[in-house]
Ligand binder design. Structure first.
Ligand code: FAD
Length: 556
């Protein structure tokens, strides 16, 4: 009986799908009872969207991780569905340039439909936000704000065989009062456009007649909170924008401009080599950017920013515009999901080294919303490293490279020093001693950085696993590592650190490449553009060429 009911719904739903638009309206009115059932029964969505016997893969998000998965997945093997509040991918490394109009917003986005179309693939996209993941029933609950359904609330449920969670992270305010209400964030394209409008408004406000000097100064005090790569790059961009363009257009008020960077730690760009940190700090000093280190912002009102410092105590500084850039935090949907799968009190979803979420089945997580519980990453690689330890290429082992860098170790031999600092001869070590040395790395390096580089590598890794999955199931005669009970079918994910860049303004970019290669200069700027264009594969060549001519930066 249930079966015939379902097939009636199936036929009805199928009929709706095939019925042209205007007929559909009539049909909906006439058959409201049946269709309400069809929409409330979660199976109905599968009926509407199913494409034969292919497994259904639902992807949440269209950022670096999800877009990289989409670019690499073979869409002929799976029924692919994407849910995201943005129907485009954003090339985030260029967002700070959008704030000052150096690059236009349209140059750094790519429609998600285009990504799949370019590979002649097929998929379904819904512009909506997922607000609940239900791993027990293998469903995601979504809500669209671009349209409503017959329930009038825009909500719908999508079921999945495999779920890929790539929803990224949100700006972290550390619950500082007044931040959300009074500061800009720099995370989305709209944020960058709002910052640009706000900068120009500050100049217009400061130029109004009958204003005291103090008020003009306040309006033109631009404050960046956070001395990480994004905050530093934005401050540098703003400095160039003010000096190269705005100073010419607002000559009367240019003397009141002040750019401050507030950092709670002792230095900016601490994740970079000390030489880069030092260069950046000296350059900011030369440029007249006021760098306040060891200052912690405790409150932001619409008029001033209150901060504390061990030497000065609490001070309040008036400001015109503030940008909050102190790192990322967990999205509510991820917090809720973590509770369901027994991962409370974590910063991000824990996955294994195959990117499978721990505590549930058939759910994968990647990018900023996830972290690989990689306690044994180095120890697992122990045998291959041991075999080649006399000529080890550190850059092949991202975790090891990050560990050595963060502990100011120059090379692999430093890791093998004993507690007195004496270097052990590699030939003297047996595998157990060697394993112990690598266990140090595992115990300290737990998380990969929240970067586009990690997210993109995870996306393409997972897509390649999915592409091979069917063949492995149908053809168990494959190599040993992809068959046999209890064995993983695929090699675990390994992050490959390709280096990092920090644009510092004045067309100077600091660059730190594997092998301790540090460089700052104009040539590095071009290396930066080409490295990220290759990583993203998103910006067409014409878009890259368009960059230098996105020059109309004064029109908000
Ligand atoms: C200004 C800026 C500059 C940066 N520069 C660099 C750089 O130079 N190099 C570098 O390596 N990294 C850089 N990063 C970091 C990098 O952008 C992130 O690490 C990367 O975007 C993470 O990718 P992701 O796919 O996890 O998340 P995101 O790229 O943030 O994508 C998340 C996606 O999920 C969607 N989403 C959100 N909530 C939901 C929901 N509830 N349901 C469905 N979809 C949802 C979002 O709309 C988005 O499409 C920068 C970041 C910023 C903000």
């Amino acid at each position: 009986m249930a079966g015939s009911g379902l097939s009636l719904v199936r036929r009805a739903a199928e009929a709706v799908r095939r019925t042209p638009g205007w007929q559909k309206v009539v049909f909906i009115v006439a058959g409201a009872g049946t269709l309400t059932y069809a929409c409330q029964d979660n199976r109905a969505l599968q009926i509407c969207d199913g494409t034969g016997n292919k497994k259904k893969v639902v992807i949440l998000g269209t950022g670096w991780a999800s877009a990289s998965f989409l670019r690499n997945i073979d869409t002929s093997l799976y029924d692919i569905h994407v849910v995201s509040p943005r129907n485009y991918f954003t090339f985030t490394p260029l967002l700070p340039s959008v704030t000052c109009g150096t690059v236009e917003a349209r140059s750094i986005v790519e429609p998600v439909r285009n990504i799949v179309r370019k590979r002649n693939g097929t998929f379904r996209f819904w512009e909506a936000e997922c607000f609940k993941i239900d791993p027990t029933n293998k469903k995601v609950h979504c809500r669209s704000d671009v349209g409503t359904n017959i329930d009038g609330n825009g909500e719908f449920v999508v079921d999945y065989d495999y779920l890929i969670v790539g929803v990224g992270a949100r700006p972290n305010t550390f619950n500082t009062p007044g931040v959300t209400e009074n500061c800009h964030f720099l995370k989305e394209v709209e944020d960058a456009q709002n910052i640009r409008k706000s900068v120009l408004k500050c100049f217009e406000r400061a130029s109004l007649p009958n204003l005291s000097e103090e008020e003009r100064r306040k309006n033109l005090h631009f404050v960046v909170i956070g001395g990480g790569p994004t905050g530093v790059e934005f401050a540098a961009e703003l400095h160039d924008f003010v000096n190269e363009d705005l100073a010419k257009l607002y000559p009367d008020v240019k003397k009141y401009v002040n750019i401050s960077v507030i950092e709670a730690g002792g230095h900016i760009l601490t994740m970079f080599d000390k030489r880069i940190t030092q260069f950046a700090e000296e350059k900011f000093k030369r440029d007249g950017i006021d760098l306040k280190t060891n200052f912690k912002v405790v409150k932001v009102s619409d008029k001033d920013i209150t901060m504390t410092n061990p030497a000065t105590g609490e001070i309040a500084v008036p400001y015109g515009m503030a940008v909050w850039s102190t790192g990322v935090g967990t999205r509510p949907i991820i917090m809720d999901f973590m509770k369901q799968v027994g991962q409370e009190d974590r910063r991000a979803l824990a996955t294994d080294e195959w990117l499978r979420v721990q505590g549930c089945e058939d759910v994968y997580a990647l990018g900023d919303c996830a972290t690989i519980a990689q306690r044994k990453v180095m120890v697992c690689s122990c045998y291959s490293i041991f075999k080649t330890s006399h000529r080890i290429t550190i850059s092949l082992y991202g975790t090891l490279e990050l560990y050595l860098k963060s502990n100011q170790m120059k090379g692999f031999n430093d890791l093998l020093k004993d507690s007195d600092g004496n270097s052990k001869e590699l030939k003297e070590l047996n595998i157990e001693q060697f394993k112990k040395a690598l266990a140090q790395v595992d115990s300290q390096v737990k998380m990969l950085p929240a970067t586009a580089q990690v997210a993109a590598q995870e996306g393409s890794y997972l897509a390649n696993c999915f592409n091979k999955m069917k063949a492995c199931e149908e053809n168990p005669e494959g190599p040993l590592r992809i068959r046999g009970a209890g064995r993983h079918r695929f090699k675990p994910f390994r992050y490959r650190h390709l280096g990092q860049f920090a644009p510092l303004g004045g067309e100077q970019t600091a660059c730190q490449l594997p092998g301790d290669w540090v460089h700052v200069g104009h040539s590095t700027q071009w290396l930066w553009y080409s490295a990220y264009a290759r990583l993203g594969k998103a910006i067409h060549l014409w878009k890259g060429l368009q960059q230098p001519i996105d020059s109309n930066r004064l029109i908000p």
